[in-house]
Ligand binder design. Structure first.
Ligand SMILES: Cc1cc2nc3c(=O)[nH]c(=O)nc-3n(C[C@H](O)[C@H](O)[C@H](O)COP(=O)(O)OP(=O)(O)OC[C@H]3O[C@@H](n4cnc5c(N)ncnc54)[C@H](O)[C@@H]3O)c2cc1C
Length: 276
């Protein structure tokens, strides 16, 4: 029988983890417990982060917003700090799995799983999220694009866990997320696009960040496409030109869900949806 520890604070967690170095951390368990059941991982014990108070916080911190790693997607979606300030993130969280998965799954789990299809990741890239990591007596902050190093690979050192994500203040008036899956709900993304930026009163791009999911080993950004849109209106023509530049940055694969060619077409076509 596997022992499961349920600490309620980091102070309780650290000695438990030190005494059980073979234990695996989990939050909602929607990735780890599935992998365990499939026999892909065999942790000696489990430490659940769900009740660790510091990891469940959703709160403003100066101009930033802190989203605790163990706050479930449902809790994040019930916070106006997320839905009103960061609609691009809210739209992505709303498309994750099913109500049951959103009730259990967390941002920390999505980040550490680091799947190319992780739906929270593209919005977090466009919002310049910073991942906060904590260990005994130490905290460090890493921009999300440096934290995610590849599929399933993250910059997490031994003895560290993700405490949360910091989102800078945004005065952008453009936030958009779209995901293409094989059905409306409970679908792993075939491709997704997150957009955050600012348009002038005349509709010209003052600032724009674009990030695609599921079209490369990790989130795909396309600085050349962003630069091509700078100062321009979001017309079908400017978006098509930027979409072609983005296709050069993408490296999708063929898999059970879609072909490489279909995904490449989506890279451009998802961008065209920004045309008014
Ligand atoms: C039916 C189903 C549908 C799904 N649909 C989607 C979907 O549409 N989109 C999507 O993106 N994902 C989907 N997922 C995957 C999963 O729900 C998400 O990746 C979720 O964010 C994982 O969070 P969790 O808290 O459950 O992670 P867990 O399973 O608890 O943990 C996952 C990994 O992260 C580590 N971890 C967790 N929290 C921390 C932390 N704070 N610090 C350090 N390490 C940590 C664990 O050790 C483990 O390695 C689906 C899963 C299922 C079962």
């Amino acid at each position: 029988m596997t022992r499961v520890w349920l600490p309620s604070s980091l102070e309780e967690l650290w000695p438990l983890w030190a005494e059980n170095p073979g234990a695996a951390l989990y939050a909602g368990g929607t990735d780890l417990l599935v992998r365990r059941r499939a026999g892909l991982v065999r942790p000696e014990a489990l430490i659940c982060l769900e009740r660790v108070a510091e990891l469940g916080r959703i709160e403003p911190d100066g101009p930033e917003v802190f989203l605790g790693a163990a706050a479930s997607f449902s809790r994040l979606l019930s916070s106006p700090l997320v839905t009103e300030k960061y609609p691009v993130l809210a739209a992505a969280l709303q498309r994750i799995g099913s109500p049951q998965v959103r009730h259990m799954g967390t941002l920390g789990g999505n980040l550490v799983t680091a799947s190319p299809a992780g739906d929270s990741l593209p919005p977090l890239y466009t919002l310049d999220a910073v991942v906060e990591l904590v260990a005994v007596g130490a905290t460090r902050r890493v921009p999300i694009a440096e934290f995610i190093q590849g599929p399933g690979q993250v910059d997490l050192r031994p003895g560290e866990l993700v405490s949360g994500v910091r989102l800078p203040a945004t005065d952008g008036n453009l936030q958009h997320f779209e995901k293409v899956g094989s059905r409306a709900a409970l679908a792993i993304s075939i491709a997704s696009l997150a957009v955050a930026g600012r348009l002038s009163d005349q509709g010209e791009v003052l600032q724009i960040k674009l990030a695609w999911g599921s079209v490369g080993p990790t989130v795909v950004c396309a600085p050349a496409a962003e630069a091509a849109l700078q100062g321009k209106k979001l017309t079908p023509e400017t978006l098509a030109a930027a979409g072609e530049l983005a296709q050069q940055a993408a490296s999708p694969i063929d898999d059970l869900r879609a072909s490489r060619e279909y995904r490449l077409a989506l890279v451009k076509n998802l961008l065209l949806r920004l045309a008014p």
